[in-house]
Design a protein around this ligand. Structure first.
Ligand SMILES: *[C@@H]1O[C@H](CO)[C@@H](O)[C@H](O)[C@H]1NC(C)=O
Ligand SMILES: *[C@@H]1O[C@H](CO)[C@@H](O)[C@H](O)[C@H]1NC(C)=O
Ligand SMILES: *[C@@H]1O[C@H](CO)[C@@H](O)[C@H](O)[C@H]1NC(C)=O
Ligand SMILES: *[C@@H]1O[C@H](CO)[C@@H](O)[C@H](O)[C@H]1NC(C)=O
Ligand SMILES: *[C@@H]1O[C@H](CO)[C@@H](O)[C@H](O)[C@H]1NC(C)=O
Ligand SMILES: *[C@@H]1O[C@H](CO)[C@@H](O)[C@H](O)[C@H]1NC(C)=O
Ligand SMILES: *[C@@H]1O[C@H](CO)[C@@H](O)[C@H](O)[C@H]1NC(C)=O
Ligand SMILES: *[C@@H]1O[C@H](CO)[C@@H](O)[C@H](O)[C@H]1NC(C)=O
Ligand SMILES: *[C@@H]1O[C@H](CO)[C@@H](O)[C@H](O)[C@H]1NC(C)=O
Length: 356
């Protein structure tokens, strides 16, 4: 058994999941910020055995590494990695847009109708009940749901949201509710509270949770110094995930064990924008490169990623405390207060061959 297969099996659901045939359980997520876009995540359970690359293609995801990142699978995982039917949940990264009070995956995925398809089969089996056939019908202005043609392209509007929750930026995760789940159990697993889950999902009581439903779970994100003029602002990386940014030159990881502070390092990938990725140096702070840190006593200086433009990658030397704090209950709070961005450096210019 390969290492990546073992990792994949870690996210397998061991207990039998019984999903109701969800002809009407898929709901829309509330999203009140009009015309706002963001990244979101949704669960997917393959109806038949498949591969990661087939899932990537089904959801029109550009790079496999985006799927690997949200599932925290190693970057070395092969595209033809098998995904068993019905028992493994794969998290799908989606781009979300909010209109008319609800969030939907932004124009993607596009599904091409094949011979023998019906809208209901596409909704409940191909897309594992993430949408209803009525939602596909409405999104594509289809008059008669029984009249779809082979080759016809359908936009599958997956549920998502971009709303802040209690004033905090979050990543909204559409969680497929397994049989025997409780709101409290889900809250505990994803570091939120029952109260938040009920409120965000408009549920009156924890007993209203239904197996097979898609629950909007707001995931906490790692703090980072990315500034609002950066092309990837706001950089939202939820716990237990990683992603590539700055034209693929930077890899950022969010780990709760790191006090919810985003950790970024050079990616070792080819840039999608520049001839090559720069060596990213924090000037005026000794010999620090992106991801390096030095400590004096318990004050630690880290060369942190703070954004990019089409010309430059920005870094900031950030200071935080590694001192044990006497007040254990609020250590995370005191740490973030401690955190000062005392240097902003933006000094990586790229010269384009075609610009002369
Ligand atoms: C929003 O809702 C209004 C009224 O229901 C409708 O006319 C409009 O087309 C909707 N806009 C979008 C983008 O769906
Ligand atoms: C799963 O496989 C069966 C049998 O080959 C097929 O009829 C069905 O359409 C497949 N379902 C999906 C979602 O691909
Ligand atoms: C759900 O819980 C009941 C009672 O605890 C148990 O009998 C049943 O097997 C469980 N079902 C699943 C799918 O875990
Ligand atoms: C929840 O928080 C705990 C402790 O802070 C952490 O170990 C765990 O990984 C977090 N889980 C998720 C899903 O964020
Ligand atoms: C961006 O941040 C700067 C400084 O923090 C602030 O003055 C400015 O209003 C912000 N711009 C936007 C569009 O939020
Ligand atoms: C980067 O590009 C070079 C040349 O196109 C290629 O040989 C190499 O495999 C690429 N590296 C990665 C990590 O994609
Ligand atoms: C500093 O970062 C560079 C580039 O990421 C890395 O190659 C180097 O090993 C790091 N140095 C230290 C002392 O961690
Ligand atoms: C970089 O962005 C600026 C403004 O956002 C634009 O005017 C310029 O053409 C861009 N340069 C390249 C090489 O894309
Ligand atoms: C540390 O945590 C324990 C358990 O939560 C608590 O009883 C204790 O009072 C805390 N200590 C301080 C200094 O807050």
């Amino acid at each position: 058994m390969s290492t990546s297969l073992k990792k994949l099996c870690l996210i397998c659901i061991i207990t039998l999941l019984t999903f109701f045939t969800s002809t009407s359980s898929a709901q829309s997520f509330k999203c009140t910020s009009s015309l706002k876009k963001c990244d979101a995540i949704v669960d997917y359970i393959a109806h038949n055995a498949t591969t990661l690359i087939a899932i990537k293609n089904l959801f029109n995801i550009k790079n496999l590494r985006t799927i690997l990142g949200v599932n925290n699978l190693p970057l070395s995982t092969l595209p033809n990695q098998l995904v068993p039917a019905k028992h493994s949940i794969i998290k799908i990264p989606i781009s979300c847009i909010c209109t008319n009070g609800t969030g939907k995956s932004n124009k993607l995925p596009i599904y091409k109708v094949v011979h023998g398809d019906s809208l209901d089969h596409i909704a409940t089996e191909v897309f594992s009940g993430l949408v209803t056939y009525q939602q596909i019908q409405e999104a594509n202005n289809i008059g008669d749901p029984n009249l779809i043609k082979v080759g016809q392209k359908l936009w599958i509007p997956l549920p998502c949201s971009c709303d802040d929750v209690d004033g905090q930026k979050v990543v909204h995760y559409g969680h497929l509710v397994a049989a025997n789940s409780t709101v409290e159990g889900i809250a505990e697993e994803y570091n939120t509270t029952q109260d938040v889950l009920l409120r965000v999902n408009g549920l009156v009581s924890p007993n209203d949770l239904k197996a097979g439903a898609i629950l909007d779970v707001p995931l906490k994100v790692c703090t980072n110094p990315v500034t609002n003029n950066s092309l990837d602002y706001p950089l939202l990386v939820s716990s237990g995930t990683y992603l590539f940014t700055a034209a693929n030159c930077v890899k950022c990881t969010c780990d709760a064990a790191n006090n919810w502070i985003l950790q970024c390092e050079p990616s070792q990938l080819n840039s999608s924008l520049w001839p090559s990725c720069p060596s990213i140096h924090c000037q005026n702070s000794g010999d620090l490169y992106l991801g390096n840190s030095t400590s004096y006593g318990c004050a630690r200086t880290t060369c942190s990623y703070s954004g990019y433009t089409n010309q430059t990658i920005l870094t900031t030397a950030t200071l935080d405390s590694t001192c044990p704090t006497s007040d254990n209950s609020s250590s995370a709070v005191s740490l973030s207060v401690w955190r000062l961005n005392f240097l902003v450096i933006a000094v990586h210019s790229f010269f384009y061959v075609h610009l002369g």
